[in-house]
Write a protein that binds this ligand. Structure first.
Ligand SMILES: [Zn+2]
Ligand SMILES: [Zn+2]
Length: 392
């Protein structure tokens, strides 16, 4: 059978997978039923797999003729959002929604796996493919834990690809970028311990709110005064909690934020400044401060030139990809696919998922509604890129 016919057939199944996954989203680190469903499909198509890797992660290996092994990753987790998309297959789990499109990533990878297995059975797969279904992208970065547990070994993966849907582009668009694509990021929590007193007598207490304000402003100054204007750095404080009344100076204040940069070196430099600034502000006013960094820092996502060139060539041969875009500037967003591109040559691309003329809502929005007609372009890209990478 012609490969495009195989992909057309698999696309019908991908829609079915998408509807099921979208109806039954699960939060990061809790993707048990999602993993059960993926394993059920892999079993149905006779694709051997290993499960319970780094939580609910799964790897499946398809063996053709050849030793080289290409990896494809899909993240499988959803977000704590109440769906308001109006889709006929909306979430049946209140407060949980596939608002980042990871259900499309999973459905595309399952369908690509089905096509690649058919090719292997027909003797038309010149190597091996490892399908990586990764949990916890939205929280702790499941990619790091999966790599630590050995998913890139046995068989050793030589290059990786992955995709993310992009509602800012129309269905049929693929976007590639060589070099830096996403930022390195590390989240922090800052707890300031002051001393409570009456709002009229600040001299009798230690005001943690003033220290929080001082720290926040100095963090912004550190970006503008201590780093070069041509190095991209962002420090965002997204949470601040303190106090109960207008006329009481509270005991404590806590902040939560993130530091982003395009290199590990710059990230470490700014992280050190965050700690020094918080400690210095606290010292001036006589408070104590503690800072916690959440999990492992995500490295910057750096796409390999050769693998990106192959993705670009592949896009030209996919019937449902009619527009290839080159991303000009990196995004300061982050994705834990970066752990894969840190470990070996890989490339991440995005797939437009907005219907022509339809209103567009961003990822993580409760109204985000991906066009299911975007699935087929993703399957074509994954299958054809794997064949090209194995044929090198
Ligand atoms: Zn997301
Ligand atoms: Zn995502």
């Amino acid at each position: 059978m012609d490969i495009n016919n195989r992909i057309e057939q698999a696309n019908k199944k991908a829609k079915e997978f998408l509807h099921h996954l979208h109806r039954h989203p699960e939060l990061s680190e809790q993707e048990k039923a999602t993993a059960d469903y993926i394993c059920e499909i892999l079993t149905r198509y006779d694709i051997p797999f290993r499960r319970n890797i780094a939580g609910h992660g799964i790897t499946a290996v398809i063996c053709g003729n050849g030793d080289r092994c290409v990896g494809i990753r899909a993240d499988i987790d959803a977000l704590p959002v109440t769906e308001n998309s109006g889709l006929s297959y909306s979430s049946e789990c209140p407060g949980v929604m596939h608002a980042c499109g990871h259900d499309l990533h999973t459905a595309i990878l399952l369908a690509s796996g089905i096509v690649l297995k058919e090719l292997a059975d027909a003797g038309e797969l010149p190597g091996k493919v490892k399908l990586i279904f990764q949990p916890s992208e939205e929280t702790i970065g499941g990619a790091h834990a999966m790599i630590t547990e050995g998913v890139l070994e046995d068989p050793a993966v030589s290059s990786m690809i992955g995709l993310h849907v992009d509602p800012s582009c129309e269905t049929g668009t693929a976007t590639v970028k060589s070099g830096p694509m996403n930022a390195a990021v590390h989240d922090f929590f800052l707890d300031i311990q002051g001393r409570q007193t009456h709002g009229a007598t600040p001299e009798n207490g230690v005001d943690p709110i003033v220290i929080a304000a001082d720290s926040i402003m100095n963090l912004q100054n550190s970006v503008s005064r201590l780093t070069s204007p041509v190095d991209s750095v962002v420090v965002t404080v997204g949470q601040i909690h303190s106090g109960t009344a207008c006329n009481i100076i509270p005991d404590t204040a806590s902040l939560g934020g993130s530091v982003r940069a395009l290199s590990n070196e710059m990230l470490e430099f700014v992280k050190k400044k965050v700690e020094e600034i918080a400690a210095a502000s606290a010292t001036v006013y006589g408070a104590s401060v503690s800072i916690t960094w959440r999990g492992t820092a995500f490295p910057p996502l750096l796409n390999d030139k050769e693998v990106t060139d192959i993705l670009e060539e592949t896009a030209g041969s996919c019937p449902h990809i009619d527009q290839l875009r080159h991303m000009e500037k990196p995004s300061m967003g982050a994705d834990d696919f970066a752990f894969f591109t840190e470990a070996l040559p890989g490339s991440y691309f995005t797939l437009g998922c907005s219907k022509k003329g339809a209103e567009r809502y961003p990822l993580h929005s409760d109204k985000f509604a991906a066009d299911e007609e975007a699935l087929i372009g993703g399957i074509e890209m994954e299958v054809n890129a794997v064949l090209a990478l194995l044929a090198r």
